[in-house]
Ligand binder design. Structure first.
Ligand code: GTP
Ligand code: MG
Length: 615
């Protein structure tokens, strides 16, 4: 169980430069050496945001060491002072205009920064993109443009810098503007302004430039002041990824607290809530916060705990939403934009983990729609992999469904990272949910849950009493394998261990619950659904349920997982299995394995999964 503090969370974003006044985060991007640091240094100097004497001191230091003065040195010299007492990363600088305070994130061009942006660790409301007039549009000019679009930063102004090196030529400026506007249009960005500047000479930085008489538009400062503050989003639907479920221990209290961070919207005592993807429904009974006055409503940014009127069994990773509000999508298939940072490429079909909110789920790359790589084209290419620093529009397949939103609808639940062997190797945003093969089944389950009469016994209390977590153990394999033998042996072993286990053979259902299904081949999906529903009832009753069924495939397992969620499924795969990927938990037993070998393996696996405790 992870450490979790109830109460108000402090995000590193919220740096109080000045308690009054508006604040805006902007990011500055562009190709190496095109002048990002110089633009920032100039803005600081010309807006009077520097400590007294700082500029002269740095200039004097350069003269003394016979080095040409660089604004980048000025920024280095400032880092230590500006970051004193506040934890901020070193790529941030502050300046102020008469309108508001700015935090500028300087893209140092190295990967840490992009990683922070993609993972959402750093956020910006608007961007300045710097292009060197002499060098023209380069690799990162495009890549960063694409990244801004991916990150959902729509407010962009383009600074065509080093105009002094091209004699302030209007033709050079126009041609860069035309070419870059065309590129941005393809990725859905309309820049607010294109500004010809010389950052080093201070032309067009905070006011009109005599050297550029043919331009009468905004200066850089006027352009940043023209960025609009994003309106607050209190009216967005409520979203809270469940971080954990705690129990009150005081004096036999059996209340459970569902805890997490409210990512958006608000919620009150009495509101009806839904947990997705399991579709469990309940109502807010109380809002608990540590060391805070009792409240009847919480807003985004808080990390409260909730008690519920009706006790439902849910796990970390589910998304808590309000039943009366627009619902998130639930699917196993998503179209996403990914930025890959891993040393090894993201390979088609290989296994990774996707982390979104508090859920972490196995994922595979299923298709690349198009990608932008180092050679900068948005064309579809025949690459099977997404390589380091590539940005791709692609389709991902999750091993089980999750609840999420498209990034256009919701920032917090539309962003994810991809983990390759314990390391964050990529990040991305969800463009849209794609229909998967479980939609019908999912809506049936939603209806079932809508009507389901819950027991008065808190599920976790039942688990404690029985000393086990209800789990479906599915023994499958080809015709010749001894699935029944293993199934019965494991039931017996669990019974001997003092657990409550029960074995069902497929025939038990075929001639009872399934008696009306004539054509066994045709109604395979219906057989499975019924098997799943029977299993669900027994899992609700607290059992470790063992089922043997011949030749199940990936699709069948996903269907079962959907019906019994959030209870776990352990698939035991005997001999030549048809599984390609399998479900969440699979135990492979090679053909010819003895029952006496298989049983201890299953027991160990159940312990590992947390289905049986206190071995
Ligand atoms: P990285 O952080 O390394 O990606 O570079 P950057 O984009 O921050 O560029 P920086 O501001 O360090 O400028 C790179 C070089 O271009 C420095 O030598 C600057 O002095 C020079 N430079 C920046 N702006 C101008 C300008 O307007 N005119 C001229 N002539 N040189 C400039
Ligand atoms: Mg720099």
């Amino acid at each position: 169980m992870e450490a979790h503090t109830l109460g108000r969370s402090s995000t590193s974003e919220r740096v109080d430069v000045d308690k009054s006044g508006e604040q805006m985060n902007i990011v500055i991007v562009g190709h190496v050496d095109h002048g990002k640091s110089t633009v920032i240094g100039r803005l600081l100097a010309d807006t009077g945001s520097l400590p007294d004497g700082k500029l002269d001191a740095v200039k004097a230091f350069c003269a003394l060491n016979s080095r040409p003065f660089e604004y980048a040195f000025l920024l280095d010299a400032l880092k230590d002072e500006q970051s004193q007492g506040i934890t901020i990363d070193t790529a941030r600088t502050f300046f102020k205009s008469s309108k508001r305070h700015y935090i500028v994130l300087d893209a140092p061009g190295h990967i840490e920064f992009l990683k922070n942006m993609v993972t959402g660790a750093a956020r910006a409301e608007a961007a300045l993109l710097v292009i060197d007039a002499k060098e023209g549009i380069r690799e990162n000019s495009r890549r960063h443009g694409y990244l801004l679009s991916m990150l959902g930063i729509r407010q962009i102004s383009v600074l065509v810098n080093k105009m002094d090196l091209v004699d302030y030529s209007q033709e050079v400026f126009n041609s860069i503007r035309e070419e870059y506007t065309r590129f941005l249009a393809r990725i859905d960005i309309t820049p607010k302004f294109f500004i010809p500047i010389s950052a080093f000479q201070g032309e067009n930085m905070i006011g009109p430039s005599a050297k550029i008489p043919w331009y009468s538009g905004h200066s850089v400062l006027a352009a940043v002041d023209a960025f609009e503050k994003e309106p607050p989003k209190p009216h967005q639907p409520f979203r809270m990824p469940v971080q954990d479920v705690y129990k009150f221990t005081a004096m036999g209290d059996d209340r459970r607290i569902v805890a997490g961070r409210v990512e958006s919207g608000s919620i009150k005592v009495g509101d009806e809530v839904l947990f997705l993807p399991s579709n469990k429904k309940s109502r807010i009974k109380s809002i608990e916060a540590f060391n805070e006055p009792i409240r009847s409503e919480v807003l985004s940014g808080y990390t409260p705990g909730f008690t519920l009127t009706e006790q439902v069994y849910i796990n970390r990773g589910e998304l808590m939403v309000k039943a009366s509000e627009p619902q998130p999508s639930v699917s196993r298939l998503i179209r996403a934009n990914i930025f890959w940072m891993g040393r090894k490429p993201l390979e088609m079909g290989r296994g990774y983990f996707l982390k979104l909110g508090t859920s972490k789920i196995p994922v595979r790359l299923k298709r690349i729609n198009y990608l932008i790589d180092a050679s900068d084209s948005l064309e579809k290419r025949d690459k099977a992999n997404i390589e380091r620093h590539d940005v791709a529009d692609c389709v991902l397949e999750l091993s089980r469904a999750i609840a999420f939103d498209a990034i256009a609808d919701m920032e917090a639940t539309g962003r994810f990272v991809i983990v390759d062997q314990y390391e964050i190797a990529g990040g991305g945003i969800i463009r849209e949910a794609l229909p998967d093969d479980q939609e019908d089944l999912r809506s049936e389950v939603a209806q079932r849950e809508e009507k389901f009469e819950r027991s008065a016994i808190v599920p976790e209390k039942r688990m404690q009493r029985l000393n086990q977590r209800p789990t479906l153990i599915l023994i499958t394999g080809e015709g010749s394998t001894d699935r029944k033998g293993v199934g019965k042996a494991i039931e017996e072993e669990l019974f001997e261990m003092g657990r409550f286990a029960y074995y069902i053979g497929m025939a038990n259902l075929l001639y009872s619950v399934d008696a009306d299904l004539k054509d066994k081949g045709q109604s395979r999906a219906e057989h499975l659904r019924r098997l799943g529903e029977v299993a669900y009832l027994m899992l609700e009753a607290g059992l470790l349920l063992v089922v043997s069924a011949r030749d199940l495939d990936d699709h069948d397992l996903k269907a079962l997982e959907t019906v019994i969620a959030p209870y776990p499924l352990l698939t035991v795969c005997m001999g030549g299995c048809k599984l390609d990927e399998g479900g969440e938990e699979v135990l492979y037993c090679p053909s010819g394995s003895q029952i006496s070998q298989v049983v201890p393996q299953i027991i160990a696996k159940l312990q590992h999964m947390g289905s049986i405790f206190n071995p």
